[in-house]
Design a protein around this ligand. Structure first.
Ligand code: SAM
Length: 213
């Protein structure tokens, strides 16, 4: 069975208090939702949520939001929260194309993209989460000194993402083509589901950390 077809996923998401429904109404008010003024960090396209759940557990002084397009995948992240609830992690089910409706200027201090879908056809380049079209969206709500971290084993997507930076007005602070063998960048690395899968096959993992130029 494809994950996408798990029946009832949408209903379970709709009833969950861990999911922020109508997130556009919370734009500019995320501190009220978390009831503190801790920094806010988001993962876009989080999949089943392993990375963000571990990160949130490790850094309780930071608030996190995991964003995922598909209910049936998001459901897995909710199950992790049932087993190990965390007060600093919430979820949104949405297509990130509309992310500008959800966060206000300077509201987010870090963005994580992990193993984003490659959309290999040229005509779909705008749908790639590290594309200039998305960097433009992130620019509207990421803090001035905020950073974006991106990991992938897809070298083509990674080279594309690096190539987007100058045109979009961003610059790389750190880049590696082999994260797990990079002494500095691998420190504190939290593996995502896809990272575990692809690195176990021997694929090197690329990562950059970028900010506005
Ligand atoms: N980040 C996870 C990891 O590294 O294990 C999952 C990677 S998976 C290849 C990409 C995930 O991003 C999928 O769960 C997909 O549904 C989600 N996704 C892709 N495009 C998205 C979008 N525009 N908005 C929200 N989620 C998206």
């Amino acid at each position: 069975m494809r994950l996408r077809n798990i029946s009832g996923a949408r209903d379970m998401i709709a009833e969950s208090s861990l999911v922020v429904h109508e997130p556009e109404k919370v734009k500019g008010k995320w501190k009220e939702i978390f009831k503190n003024d801790h920094p806010l960090r988001i993962e876009i396209g989080m999949g089943k949520g392993k990375f963000i759940h571990e990160l949130a557990e490790k850094t309780p002084e930071v608030n996190y939001i995991g964003i995922e397009k598909y209910s049936s995948v998001l459901l897995r992240a909710l199950q992790k929260m049932e087993e190990n609830p965390l007060p600093n992690l919430l979820f949104i089910r949405m297509d990130a194309e509309d992310i500008g409706e959800v966060f206000d200027r300077e509201e987010v201090d870090r963005i994580y993209l992990n193993f984003s879908d490659p959309w290999p056809k040229d005509r779909h380049a705008k749908r790639r989460l590290p594309s200039r079209a998305f960097l433009e969206r992130y620019d509207r709500f990421l803090k001035k000194e905020g950073v974006l971290e991106f990991k992938t084993d897809n070298r083509e997507l990674f080279d594309f993402a690096l190539g987007e930076l100058p045109e979009a007005g961003w610059k790389a602070l750190q880049v590696t083509y082999d994260l797990h063998n990079d002494g500095e960048m691998k420190e504190g690395n939290i593996m995502t589901e896809y990272e575990e899968k692809f690195s176990s096959k021997g694929n090197p993992i690329c990562k950059y950390i970028i900010k506005r130029a």
